[in-house]
Design a protein around this ligand. Structure first.
Ligand SMILES: *Cc1c(COP(=O)(O)O)cnc(C)c1O
Length: 222
């Protein structure tokens, strides 16, 4: 089996699992968008996924995304999400290349994105990342600061702020984290919930995820 065949088969299996998890939760499979996380993988792997009908991709690092995606975008309609912690000095590049930035998590970055959006004349959709597990090393606004930060960002960015994202602590039951994020999004009328990765996307779907970010189950280990 070629690498491309293996990626196509993995995509089929992940899509089937998403559909089954949606049905089990009395939801429609169409409510859930698969974000294929292609970080560290070559452009050929992304091209294979595109050929298999996948159009939404996630990358952690702006520089890596900028190296891979503009050429692919020239020949394929696709949507690019930045899902890794974003440095303020990369805000302008992120606004230039991304359709979605999922990791807005602090005032300095909100300032930088606001300025970049004004300069570039281009507005990606924005998600706020919440550090639901209060892990000091992780990006994301602290859980107890989330309400204030969300309100501030809603007044700055208006409808461009579409939802929330989280990465629960490894080795913990993700359910309370996903449930908390879903409740927080509902309080603020935010419709997009980006949660769930290869190991837990079915649980995330049961908890209301509308986007799941799946890397290794599609592209193999890193
Ligand atoms: C790498 C990564 C993913 C995908 O992880 P897998 O376990 O490979 O599915 C999802 N979200 C974020 C923020 C990531 O960094």
């Amino acid at each position: 089996m070629t690498e491309a065949e293996s990626i196509a088969g993995n995509l089929r299996r992940v899509r089937d699992r998403i559909a089954a998890a949606a049905r089990a939760a009395c939801r429609l499979p169409e409510e859930i968008t698969l974000v294929a996380v292609s970080k560290t993988k070559p452009a050929e792997a992304v091209a294979a996924a595109l050929a298999a009908g996948q159009t939404v991709f996630g990358e952690n690092r702006v520089q890596e995304a900028a190296a891979k995606f503009p050429a692919l975008r020239a020949t394929h309609p696709l949507s690019l999400h930045i899902i890794g912690g974003l440095q303020t000095n990369k805000a302008r590049d992120a606004v230039r290349i991304a359709d979605v930035i999922e990791t807005l998590d602090r005032l300095k970055l909100a300032d930088a994105l606001e300025a970049a959006i004004a300069r570039e004349g281009r507005t990606p959709a924005l998600l706020i990342e919440v550090n639901t597990g209060l892990e000091p090393q992780k990006s994301g606004v602290a859980r107890d600061q989330a309400d204030g930060f969300i309100e501030d960002c809603q007044s700055r960015f208006g409808t461009a702020l579409t939802g929330l994202m989280c990465v629960p602590p490894q080795g913990e039951d993700p359910r309370p984290h996903f449930t908390w994020l879903a409740g927080c999004a509902a309080r603020h009328n935010l419709g997009t919930l980006s949660m769930g990765m290869s190991a837990d996307f079915e649980i995330a779907i049961a908890c209301g995820a509308t986007w799941v970010r799946v890397g290794s189950a599609i592209f193999g280990g890193r």
